[in-house]
Design a protein around this ligand. Structure first.
Ligand code: SF4
Length: 267
């Protein structure tokens, strides 16, 4: 099967400079508020369900809206909002390529630090190392998503996200400066990145770098995702996935006990 594994540059992503009316949204996802300095994500993960959560109709991975005024809007909101935990990056990576140039996440962090709001950041990008001095000075912890130690898996399913080795080195850099780091292994693809020995190797690597907690989640299937994913899977795997996601194979129930030995499952 011919696969489209070509890497795209940020230049190939449509960048729109926009203004937002509000910065913080009420959240139910283990935080009080969520903050997303960008709409869209240039990492282009093939399993991303953010477009379904955000009801985005444009082609995900091909555009980024840069909310130019978000640091100022956030500063105003922080004066009025009740203190609570803020999660950055609930539906987009706050350290995607555009952040190199626009520094919106960095400027928002400075505001949160000034007002002493506890912050959780989830990313796949080593660009976060740039802000380690701010992070180590504030109440922040960082979650790194690492789906596999195998960079070929990353190239196939997260083609424009940073290589795994860069993410591991970023974890070390943050930990060396006293920043709390947890890891998210997900999504787990049946028969792909969920081999127990591979997961144990990944767990050992993460623990050796000082990661404090490991969470795991399964691949959640949405209609639009399935259409795209089939282009990246071989015939045998497609048939197995049809049984798991659309048939009566209770694969994840059978596997859950095994995943629980690696970390906390969130499904
Ligand atoms: S990094 Fe997250 S938001 Fe961005 S494409 Fe990948 S899964 Fe979606």
């Amino acid at each position: 099967m011919e696969l489209d594994l070509e890497k795209r540059d940020i230049e190939e992503v449509e960048v729109n400079i926009t203004n937002c009316k509000s910065a913080l949204s009420d959240s139910k996802l283990e935080s009080d508020y969520s903050l997303n300095p960008y709409t869209g994500c240039s990492h282009g993960c093939r399993y991303c369900y953010s477009p379904y959560v955000t009801k985005e109709e444009r082609s995900w991975g091909e555009f980024v809206d840069v909310k130019r005024n978000i640091p100022k809007v956030l500063a105003d909101e922080l004066k009025r909002k009740e203190k609570g935990t803020i999660r950055i990056g609930s539906v987009t990576d706050p350290y995607q390529k555009a952040e190199e140039k626009y520094k919106l996440t960095r400027r928002c962090l400075k505001q949160l630090n000034q007002k002493d709001f506890p912050t959780i950041i989830q990313t796949k990008s080593d660009l976060i190392k740039r802000d380690v001095n701010i992070l180590s000075d504030m109440k922040a912890d960082v979650g790194f998503t690492i789906t596999s130690l195998d960079d070929d898996f990353r190239k196939r399913f997260e083609p424009d996200a940073p290589p795994i080795s860069d993410r591991l080195s970023a974890i070390k850099g943050l930990k060396d400066q006293g920043v709390g780091v947890w890891a998210f292994i997900g999504p787990l693809f049946p028969y792909k990145n969920d081999d127990i020995e591979d997961l144990e190797r990944l767990k050992d690597t993460l623990l050796s770098l000082g990661v404090e907690e490991i969470y795991l989640d399964k691949l959640n299937m949405r209609e639009g995702i399935w259409g795209d994913l089939q282009k990246l899977l071989d015939k045998e795997t497609i048939e197995r996935y049809e049984d798991i996601y659309f048939g009566d194979d209770d694969y994840f129930e059978r596997k859950k006990g095994m995943y629980d030995k690696i970390g906390k499952t969130v499904f």
